[in-house]
Design a protein around this ligand. Structure first.
Ligand SMILES: [Zn+2]
Length: 504
């Protein structure tokens, strides 16, 4: 069993062969911290979170590095706009970035280097590039001489003759030998943060940060370098030129790029005014809803984000949660397995569950096809629901075993994708699990609310159960279920939650 990856630089899928058996050294370009991240950024980070999780699930030891770009033109401009210090802006939005990542359930990087803490490392790399003849100093700036690196363009496949360079100032063009040359070091302008260097006071260019920090923590040649598709040119192209000119060897074995995100079929842009921040969407929607929505599109394909797609994902998630809830409930209520053999129906269910798990792995092994993998999880949901409703009607000697294997499969596969549905979050828990404080005024009198009435009903039901009056207990549970209140029995207690109303 091996994992196949689409390698941008080869323009094809390849079998993943890590530098070191059983280990993955991985770098994903982090944020420039001058604003809250939007959904497009969130998608990139989520995609690489899932890729990382799947390597871990597959038994790899993953070392994951993601930088923080905390010095850049964008940060300086933002600071000017707000009349603040650039470092203040950077630290504010670094904190916000960590909050957003946590809220989205993204595993934190093993190493998260900040650019401003690695300026000396960058100066060393730039000095070596000058010494080797790949870079030149011009008026306090240092530029990479693209003409000296004949392989320039190999990642993006761009024809450099036809290459339109983005608009540049006359001053920039005057300092450069050729328009494609890019800055490794920028001379400080008055009032800007700066560091001392052999070329005078200044600060590093954006591209050199990633080359320097990735090589520092992962070695000169590492396994996977990832980022959004918009980083292929010029950022990653420039990273390759710098790193390979510096080390004289291949920089990265597999280049991976995550597709773009559109809002209602349109590109997200300032000019269209349709930028959606992750934290705004998270205010109204569950983390797992957003994760499920994003997983339903392959990481390299464009994703169309809309309120309809959010509602669909929310409905899918509810289906998954309800299935798990009913399954756990059935497991606590069903008697132990009998000494009889598995029935042929039970054996078939177990076989189909194993088949779906295999299908999940095949999908993920094929360049992380999460869309198909999610399909396998919903296959399990269907299988589980059918089995649970069947055991209510007909005899099933090994029902506990079969349901246990359904539960393990769903928990394992959702966990591999970072979905947190395994942990249901009931509104209220009673019994010896969690004691919930009763609402009431200062006199201790219970305030009248739907919740308090449900609690009273459930206390009566609990009393019935304790006296062995299970028929009465079941009537209460079923009637509550009919109005959207799900009750789950736990050893020594119970918990309940209200179904969310979904759909738009
Ligand atoms: Zn980068």
């Amino acid at each position: 069993m091996s994992i196949v990856i689409y390698n941008t630089i080869k323009r094809k899928k390849e079998i993943f062969q890590p530098r070191e058996e059983g280990k993955v050294a991985m770098y994903v370009c982090g944020p420039t911290v001058y604003n809250f991240i939007h959904l497009g950024n969130a998608r990139t980070f989520l995609n690489f979170d899932v890729i990382r999780r799947y390597f871990i699930y597959s038994g790899y030891d993953v070392l994951f590095v993601q930088n923080i770009t905390d010095i850049d033109d964008k940060i300086i401009n933002r600071a000017k706009e707000e009349g603040k210090d650039p470092f203040e802006i950077a630290s504010e939005y670094t904190k916000a970035f960590h909050e957003d990542m946590r809220a989205l359930g993204i595993l934190p990087p093993d190493i998260a280097p900040k650019a401003t803490e690695h300026v000396n490392d960058m100066i060393d790399v730039v000095s070596t590039l000058i010494r080797k003849g790949f870079a030149y100093v011009s008026d306090g700036d240092v530029y990479f001489n693209v003409a000296k690196f004949p392989e320039y363009g190999k990642l993006s496949g761009r024809d450099l003759e036809e290459q339109q360079v983005t608009v540049q100032s006359d001053d920039e063009l005057r300092k450069k030998k050729a328009p494609l040359d890019f800055a490794l070091w920028k001379a400080a302008k008055p009032g800007e943060p700066s560091w001392s260097s052999p070329w005078g006071k200044g600060r590093p260019g954006w591209h050199i940060e990633c080359s320097t920090m990735s090589m520092k923590y992962l070695g000169e040649e590492f396994d996977i370098h990832g980022g959004g598709l918009d980083l292929v040119f010029p950022h990653h192209e420039n990273e390759i030129a710098q790193a390979e000119a510096y080390s004289g060897r291949r920089f990265v074995r597999y280049w991976m790029h995550s597709g773009m995100l559109n809002i209602d079929q349109e590109k997200m842009s300032k000019s269209l005014g349709n930028i959606r921040l992750l934290r705004e969407v998270l205010e109204e929607h569950d983390t797992d809803t957003i994760r499920l929505l994003m997983l339903q599109t392959h990481y390299r394909s464009p994703l169309s984000f809309s309120d309809d797609s959010l509602h669909e994902a929310a409905a899918g998630l509810e289906r998954l949660k309800t299935c798990l809830f009913n399954l756990r409930d059935a497991i606590t209520r069903i008697g132990d397995d009998t000494a009889e053999e598995l029935s042929s129906y039970e054996a078939d269910v177990i076989k189909r569950v194993d088949g779906l798990k295999k299908q999940f792995r095949e999908a993920m092994d094929d360049d992380f096809n999460t869309a198909l993998a999610v399909g396998s999880i919903f296959g399990l949901v269907k299988e589980t629901n059918a089995f649970v409703s069947r055991i209510l009607k007909s005899r099933s000697p090994k029902a506990k075993t079969v349901m246990g294997s359904c539960l393990n499969a769903i928990e394992e596969l959702t966990g591999a994708l970072g979905l947190n549905v395994a942990a249901l979050s009931p509104i209220s828990e009673r019994g010896n699990i969690v004691e919930v404080g009763m609402r009431g005024d200062s006199s201790g009198r219970q305030a009248l609310s739907v919740e308090s009435l449900i609690e009273i009903l459930l206390e009566v039901r609990q009393a019935a159960r304790e006296r062995g009056q299970y028929e009465i207990a079941d009537i209460v549970r079923d009637k509550l279920s009919a109005i959207g209140v799900r009750v789950e029995d736990l050893p020594g207690g119970y918990r309940w939650r209200m179904e969310k109303i979904t759909g738009g």
